[in-house]
Design a protein around this ligand. Structure first.
Ligand code: VGL
Ligand code: ZN
Length: 226
C-alpha cells in the first residue's frame, strides 16, 4: 500500500476535545542528525502552521521526545559485532538496531530549532528504560509500561488525536496504533510525516495495518479550509 492509495478525510472541525501529537521532531531525526529521516526537515513549517490552528481552536498540543540513556539496548553499539540497521529482535527491541541517537541532554535529542515548541501544552519523554525501546508515545515496546500520555489526554476529556512527525513507520505509526487501541479516534496527518522504511516494505505494511485498524488519514490543508 502507498500513500497515494489512502482515502482521505474531507472535513474536520476542531474543539477542546482534540489534541495534536507531534512525535519526535528532534535534531537526530532531521538530515544531518544521527538517525536522519529523509525529508524530515520539510514537514516542520507545516507542523508549526497546523499547531497554530489547533491552539486557536482550544485543542491541546503535545510533543513527544525520544530520550535515551547512552547505553540503550536499541543501539547497535550496545551489542558487540553489530552495526546500525542490522536485524535484531529481543523482548522490547527491534526489528533492527539503531545508531546511537537522542541521548539525554545532548544536542541530537533537542527539538529541531525550526519547531515551535512554545505552543506545546505538554512534553512526553520516552525510551528512558535502557532495556526496552519505546516507539509509541503511549506505551513502551513491552506494550504495558505507560508513558502517562493516555492519562493526560483522558483527564482532559480528549477523545480525538491527530498525529504527525517522525518517523512515519516507527514512532508515529506505533503512537497511532496504541492510541486507537486505547480508545481514541485517531487521525494521521499523512503529509506531515516522513518514513524510515527499514526493513524495506515497512512503510507499506504500516499504512496497511493502520487502515485495517480504523485509523483515519488526512492532509494538513484540511485545517485551513473551515
Ligand atoms: C524512532 C527509531 C528509534 C522514531 C525512535 O522516532 O521513529 N525510530 N527511535
Ligand atoms: Zn529511539
Amino acid at each position: 500500500m502507498e500513500i497515494s492509495d489512502l482515502k482521505l478525510e474531507k472535513k474536520i472541525t476542531l474543539s477542546r476535545s482534540d489534541a495534536l501529537i507531534i512525535v519526535d521532531v528532534q535534531n537526530d531525526f532531521i538530515p544531518g542528525g544521527a538517525l536522519p529521516v529523509e525529508g524530515g526537515n520539510e514537514i516542520i513549517d507545516g507542523i508549526n502552521r497546523v499547531s497554530k490552528v489547533f491552539k486557536e481552536n482550544r485543542a491541546r498540543i503535545v510533543l513527544t521526545q525520544d530520550w535515551h540513556p547512552p547505553n540503550h539496548k536499541s543501539f547497535a553499539s550496545a551489542h558487540p559485532g553489530k552495526n546500525p540497521f542490522d536485524e535484531y529482535s529481543a523482548e522490547g527491541i527491534g526489528p533492527v538496531l539503531w545508531p546511537d541517537h537522542c541521548i539525554q541532554g545532548q544536542k541530537g535529542a533537542e527539538f529541531s530549532p525550526q519547531l515551535n515548541t512554545d505552543i506545546a501544552d505538554a512534553i512526553i519523554r520516552k525510551g528512558m528504560n535502557p532495556e526496552i525501546d519505546s516507539y509509541s508515545g503511549f506505551l513502551e515496546n513491552d506494550k504495558k509500561s505507560e508513558t502517562g500520555l493516555a492519562g493526560y489526554l483522558k483527564s482532559l476529556k480528549i477523545d480525538r488525536i491527530f498525529v504527525c512527525g517522525l518517523a512515519l513507520d516507527y514512532c508515529v505509526y506505533f503512537t497511532a496504533m496504541d492510541g486507537k487501541n486505547l480508545g481514541f479516534e485517531v487521525y494521521y496527518i499523512i503529509d506531515l510525516t516522513r518514513g524510515i522504511d527499514d526493513p524495506p516494505g515497512n512503510i507499506s505494511r504500516a499504512l496497511e495495518n493502520m487502515t485495517q485498524n480504523g485509523i483515519k488519514f488526512l492532509k494538513a490543508d484540511i485545517f485551513y479550509n473551515f
